[in-house]
Design a protein around this ligand. Structure first.
Ligand SMILES: O=C(O)CCC(=O)C(=O)O
Length: 251
């Protein structure tokens, strides 16, 4: 078995169908039923162009003013310079702490999942052209929350076309616990082996999206992101929530 880490920018490819978008202000039982069935739902209409512009402004400020001074909460591409992920944004800017706490997301999470959420963390995926992929993983493998009430509201900060490295989602894979994360990529992120993924029988969809769309995903859902072969960055913001009263075990 090949145990070498996958190089940056590679992914065992094969096109997948897009996930259909549902209206944020449509029937909430429809959103809840889709989430219950698939472990993810694509929601359209919650973030306006003005919201996105403000988020992008604050991210630009974080990247230029704060990130150069950080020794944690930032991960780089293989060149060691280009930011791949900026974590824990709420620690550094009140804007992100406030955004995370907004009822806009917490009400949505509650109405779709049935449990009351509290803010957990916010992180930015820069996904530069020809940057690294995210290999298949479950975020619930890295943060241990009991009971298992832990979601990401993953916001597309720009349109995401198939060549921009959209999310890839294994529908319903959240119902089977945590799979072995026995590989590491160049940045030491743990992920599933190609053999584990090859054994899956889950429908696979691609996260094609419009700017402002969000994926509400159960963090036990296996997901990845494919190469960004376009000439545009594919920025996204993950707002994480866990249940009020849940316990987070630091590992
Ligand atoms: O945006 C990406 O490329 C990866 C996102 C991801 O893996 C995550 O939200 O956990």
């Amino acid at each position: 078995m090949d145990s070498s880490p996958a190089p940056a920018g590679t992914f065992a490819d094969g096109a997948a169908a897009p996930l259909p978008a549902l209206d944020a202000y449509g029937p909430s039982d429809e959103l809840a039923a889709a989430y219950e069935r698939d472990g993810v739902v694509l929601v359209r209409g919650l973030f306006s162009p003005d919201d996105l512009a403000r988020i992008r402004e604050e991210l630009a400020a974080h990247m230029t003013r704060t990130v150069p001074h950080l020794t944690r909460d930032v991960h780089f591409e293989a060149d060691g310079k280009t930011v791949r992920v900026a974590n824990e944004l709420q620690r550094y800017a009140p804007f992100f702490a406030d955004l995370l706490a907004s009822p806009r997301q917490t009400d949505l999470v509650e109405s779709v999942t049935g449990w009351r959420p509290q803010p957990f963390y916010a992180e930015y995926f820069a996904k530069q052209p020809h940057g690294s992929v995210a290999q298949p993983h479950q975020d619930s493998a890295f943060e241990h929350v009991e009971p298992r009430q832990y979601v990401h509201v993953w916001v597309a900060l720009d349109d995401i076309t198939p060549d921009m490295g959209p999310l890839r989602l294994w529908l319903g894979s959240n119902r089977f616990g945590v799979f072995p994360h026995d590989r590491r990529d160049f940045g030491k992120f743990q992920h599933l082996s190609p053999e584990t993924v090859a054994g899956f029988d889950f429908p696979v969809v691609e996260g094609i999206a419009e700017a402002g769309d969000l994926f509400l995903l159960d963090t036990a859902l296996v997901h990845a992101s494919t190469p960004n072969t376009s000439s545009r960055p594919r920025p996204s913001l993950a707002l994480a929530y866990r249940g009020v009263g849940s316990v987070h075990h630091d590992s």
